[in-house]
Each structure stands twice: as structure tokens, then as C-alpha cells.
Write a protein of this length. Structure first.
Lengths: 157, 160
């Protein structure tokens, strides 16, 4: 499908375009779709007729496989880390962008982890093998810490 | 984006955008995958009249959400059909197929009203509507209609 280099998500060979693009988790896509669906409802009586089968199937899919259910949490945690945590007196400024930079993850890896929510380092590496490659050499301990960070975010739902 | 002159006038931009959405949403490209939803217009360039016609072509830059599966990627899917040589699953608009050769040893096909694959110790059962975790091994675009992949099962979760 691609040009010279063989594509492979295991080694994060997904093309510059996609490495640089913003990657969305299922829950974020779900928000976007619902927004579109509401907009369609305003302009037409039968919104489901207006959308393609691709959209319909995708909407069902992201709704079913969204791990973070509360839309406010998803939006705030992704974009406004400080405001969301302002009411929390304990020092716990965990949010996705920080997790990204702290653990040197790409958006692609972060999204796969958030979509699948692995419980152990072993599961995480099975799902995102590139965690152990790309010169970052994350040890199991580091990976467990990362998973812990992600689950802390979820606890604020 | 090409537009017929009858769309010109006050609502030109609106017409352009709605035509763009209609033309582009729900399509597939080998490079970008499924185009799911257009989320914004970045710019609309100057229109160029096409020689010999009255159509005008406008270059439009837009943002959209795409779904692009990668070889080696792991994702969740829902089983749709179970057959003797494997099962089909869907991840949104993406069709996946897992052949029985690629399943772990010990998974056996059971025919019947609800055909399924059961592990030898009966702890795992894959049937229609089961949620499975799959790793993509090959991606192919078939006639630009469906992107088909062949995958290996990693582990499964059964839908209660």
C-alpha cells in the first residue's frame, strides 16, 4: 500500500503523515460523531438516512468501544489539564499530553493504549510492541508506571 | 472540487462545503483509509474555469477524521460470521477475516445453530457478537470498496 518502506505498526512505521497527525481515541471520535449527528438532527427529520453506512458503522463501533464514558472528562483532560484539576487539592496533574511527553509516546501509541486499556506491562507490549523498540527501551517497571498514570486519569470520571 | 454554475451566488461557499462533504465522507483511499467525517475547512482557493465547460474547479483544504488500519496494529472487533475456515469480524467500517490456520492451536470449529470456535479447555468461545482483540497481519484494498485484512487472534473476551 505504501511506497518504498514496508508499513508496520509494530515498529511504528506508519508514514510521516500519520506520525505527525493528531491521533484520536475512540471516545474522542465518539464525541465528534455525536456532534455531527446532533447537527444533522437540526437540519433533517431523518438524520440516519443522511449518513453513509461507513459513518453509521463507525459511530456504533466507537460508542461500543469507548473506555472513557464521560465526555466532559475526555474533553477537559485532553485539552485543559490545569482547569480540570484545579479543584483537586492533591498534586496529581496527570493528563494525556503529559503522559505523552513524560513517557515519550507517540499519539498513535497513546491512543491504542487508551482504547485497549491493558492491565499489565506484558499486555501492553503485546498490544503496542513499539513500546520496547524505537530506542526508548522502556522497562517493564516504566510501562507499569505509564499504565498507572493512564488509569489515574480514568479514576476522575 | 468541481461546481456547476447553478451553485454560484450567495451560497457558493455553503454549496461547496456540502458538496465536499457528500463527495468525500464515507469514501476510502489506500493512503488515508476511510474518510469518516469532515471537521473543518481550512481554505478555499480561487476557482478555475475548466476549458470547454462552464464548471469551475476550486481547490479546497479541509480537515477530517480518517480511520486507517495499519499492519501490526491491534484493535477490537465484533465477530459477525463464523465458518469452518475462519470467522469474519468488523471494526466499524473495516472488515476483518481470521482464518482457522491463524488461530491458536486448540481452537476447534463447532457447527450448529450458533457456529463457534471453542478452545480445548472450553474456557474461550468465539461466536457471533463476541468481542475479540485482533492483530492485523495484512491489509488489502479491494476494488476501493472494502479494506480487507487478515489477522491473528491474540486473546478474546466473550460478550455476555
Amino acid at each position: 500500500m505504501s511506497g518504498e518502506e514496508e508499513e508496520n505498526a509494530v515498529e511504528l512505521k506508519i508514514g510521516d503523515e500519520f506520525l505527525k497527525a493528531k491521533c484520536l481515541m475512540n471516545c474522542e471520535v465518539s464525541l465528534i460523531f455525536e456532534h455531527k449527528y446532533e447537527h444533522l438532527q437540526q437540519v433533517s427529520e431523518d438524520p440516519m438516512n443522511q449518513v453513509s453506512q461507513v459513518f453509521e458503522k463507525s459511530l456504533q463501533y466507537v460508542k461500543r468501544f469507548s473506555r472513557y464514558k464521560n465526555p466532559d472528562v475526555v474533553q477537559q483532560v485532553r485539552e485543559y489539564p490545569l482547569s480540570f484539576f484545579s479543584f483537586v487539592r492533591v498534586y496529581m496533574p496527570y493528563d494525556f499530553d503529559r503522559i505523552l511527553s513524560r513517557h515519550q509516546l507517540t499519539e498513535f501509541e497513546l491512543c491504542v493504549l487508551c482504547n485497549l486499556c491493558p492491565k499489565t506491562a506484558e499486555e501492553a507490549v503485546a498490544m503496542v510492541p513499539s513500546l520496547k523498540t524505537k530506542g526508548r527501551a522502556h522497562s517493564d517497571e516504566v510501562i507499569e508506571k505509564m499504565l498507572n498514570d493512564l488509569s489515574l486519569v480514568k479514576r476522575f470520571e | 472540487m468541481q461546481l456547476h454554475p447553478r451553485f454560484f451566488g450567495q451560497n457558493l461557499r455553503e454549496n461547496l462545503v456540502s458538496k465536499l462533504i457528500k463527495d468525500v465522507e464515507g469514501t476510502i483511499s489506500g493512503r488515508h483509509g476511510f474518510v469518516l467525517v469532515v471537521t473543518g475547512i481550512e481554505s478555499i482557493g480561487k476557482g478555475l474555469i475548466r476549458d470547454g465547460t462552464s464548471f469551475v474547479t476550486f481547490p479546497v483544504k479541509y480537515r477530517c477524521v480518517v480511520f486507517r488500519p495499519f499492519k501490526g496494529e491491534v484493535l477490537e472487533a465484533v465477530v459477525t460470521t463464523v465458518m469452518q475456515h475462519g470467522f469474519f469480524a468488523e471494526a466499524g467500517p473495516l472488515q476483518l477475516f481470521v482464518s482457522n490456520h491463524e488461530m491458536s492451536d486448540g481452537m476447534e470449529y463447532q457447527a450448529g445453530e450458533m457456529p463457534n470456535y471453542t478452545s480445548s479447555d472450553a474456557s474461550v468461545r468465539i461466536q457471533k457478537e463476541s468481542e475479540v482483540l485482533l492483530k492485523i497481519t495484512t491489509v488489502s484494498v479491494v476494488a476501493t470498496e472494502i479494506v480487507r485484512t487478515i489477522s491473528i487472534t491474540l486473546f478474546t473476551m466473550q460478550l455476555k
